[in-house]
Design a protein around this ligand. Structure first.
Ligand code: PA5
Length: 423
């Protein structure tokens, strides 16, 4: 279960404003659950935590086969077609046992050259993910990596080493999949990229990496019940509402701060989720993130003392999965013996508590979201918690949280510069 603390929030928002806003937040959630309102045709993600067992088995079995036949898997995708899987894999190092490499999320020749050379002589498979099947970055990476696969294994064997995850019938990728008999999984029509982590888009790379996807899904289904109709609903609604109220009174930025480096990419997933869902029509909190204590030695100064239009949300795990203690040193030349015998998890916790108190004294609103520890189930729970809260805040803002019209602007200009036919 996620707990929420917002100790200094009443300095910024009157308690009765929060009370008065709750019915509106609750109505926003009801309209989502009733599949009404802007973007109501893109609410299939609400069902993903209840994916039938046989579909999860199909994903897990394919994952197992990929592990057995290869040294590594290259996942090709951008935005919602890779961030969730990458976030889960990085968050759960204890579970991951098989190398999964991500490509297709940039156009850097250096990156692709290094990736191609690193695959020399390796048995590898490709998982190409694109809902539209036409996105330039993954399409280029797929062309490069498929060529490499064919050079290494021949065309017939190469086709067996490719798995595609795309729309059921539209897009260039679907055409290729059908004409070459490539194994494929479907991204449901009513699920947008950034809400697709609990579909094969996220589950297949996770299964290959070794993450028990059923545990992740059970955390997600628990969350979907608790944060929509259960007794924890109020936690999610309160978080969504506080973000909205703070934004409406001038807060411009939300920084998701974690003291767990393994959650760095989880914060990256959240930035895309919040940024693409809320940042439109001149509205929305700009989502940023920090990893502490690393960033206390860079962005910490700004959070303490810079412009005061920031909300800081801490994302904290109460207990580490594995701890270790600071060793005793007889000479104590570093004067660190006052910490000898103390678990690093406890020192990290004190750093969090000290930072929170400091930032509160620096005059920014602070919210803490805490999970007991980072496990497949709690990661599944967090995915759903943030999806729901972003969707509710989006509805309160009056935007459609499920489209991303702004993403097209750069594409049109880039295509014109590249001379794409028909643009
Ligand atoms: O959330 C989204 O919809 C986007 O970030 C997409 O995931 C991203 O643009 C990639 O699109 P596609 O999966 O069609 O290649």
């Amino acid at each position: 279960m996620i707990s929420l603390e917002a100790e200094n929030i009443n300095k910024f928002v009157a308690a009765d404003k929060i009370e008065k806003g709750m019915p509106e937040a609750s109505n926003a959630l009801s309209s989502l659950l009733g599949r009404k309102g802007a973007g109501s045709n893109m609410l299939g993600w609400l069902d993903l935590p209840y994916t039938p067992e046989r579909e999860l088995d199909a994903v897990s079995n394919t994952g197992k086969r990929i592990q057995d036949e290869n040294d590594c898997l290259v996942v090709i995708g951008i935005g919602g077609s890779y961030l969730g899987a990458r976030a889960a894999i990085e968050a759960l190092p204890e579970e991951t046992s098989f190398p999964v490499i991500f490509a297709g999320n940039n156009l850097s020749p250096g990156y692709h050259n290094r990736l191609l050379s690193s695959l020399d002589g390796k048995r590898f498979a490709l998982c190409v993910i694109s809902k539209s099947g036409t996105t330039t970055e993954p399409a280029i990476a797929f062309r490069l990596l498929r060529k490499k696969l064919i050079e290494q294994f021949g065309k017939k064997e190469a086709s067996k080493r490719i798995i595609a995850i795309t729309d059921i019938e539209s897009g260039a990728l679907r055409k290729m999949v059908d004409s070459e008999g490539i194994l494929s999984f479907v991204i449901p029509r009513d699920v947008g990229g950034r809400f697709s982590i609990l579909s094969p888009v996220g589950l297949l790379p996770c299964a290959v990496a070794g993450i028990p996807v059923k545990e992740m899904i059970s955390g997600a289904s628990y969350a979907m019940k608790q944060y929509t109709r259960g007794k924890e609903e109020i936690i999610m609604l309160r978080y969504a509402l506080l973000r909205h109220i703070l934004h409406s009174r001038g807060t411009a930025i939300e920084v998701l701060s974690t003291f767990h480096p393994e959650l760095d990419l989880f914060c990256g997933w959240w930035k895309q989720l919040a940024g693409e869902s809320e940042g439109k029509d001149g509205k929305g909190l700009f989502p940023a993130s920090t990893v502490m204590t690393t960033d206390l030695h860079s962005l910490g100064q700004f959070l303490q003392d810079g412009s005061r239009d920031i909300l800081e949300t801490f994302l904290i795990a109460e207990r580490p999965r594995r701890n270790l203690t600071v060793p005793e040193d007889k000479e104590n030349l570093d004067n660190l013996n006052y910490l000898a015998g103390r678990p690093l998890g406890e020192i990290n916790r004190k750093a969090y508590e000290g930072t929170k108190a400091a930032h509160i004294s620096g005059g920014i609103p602070v919210i803490s979201l805490q999970i007991p520890s980072i496990t497949p189930a709690s990661i599944g729970e967090l995915f759903v918690f943030f999806e729901l809260s972003v969707a509710v805040t989006g509805r309160l803002l009056g935007v459609n949280p499920f489209n991303q019209p702004g993403v097209e602007e750069y594409k049109t200009r880039m295509f014109r510069l590249l001379g794409k036919p028909g643009v």
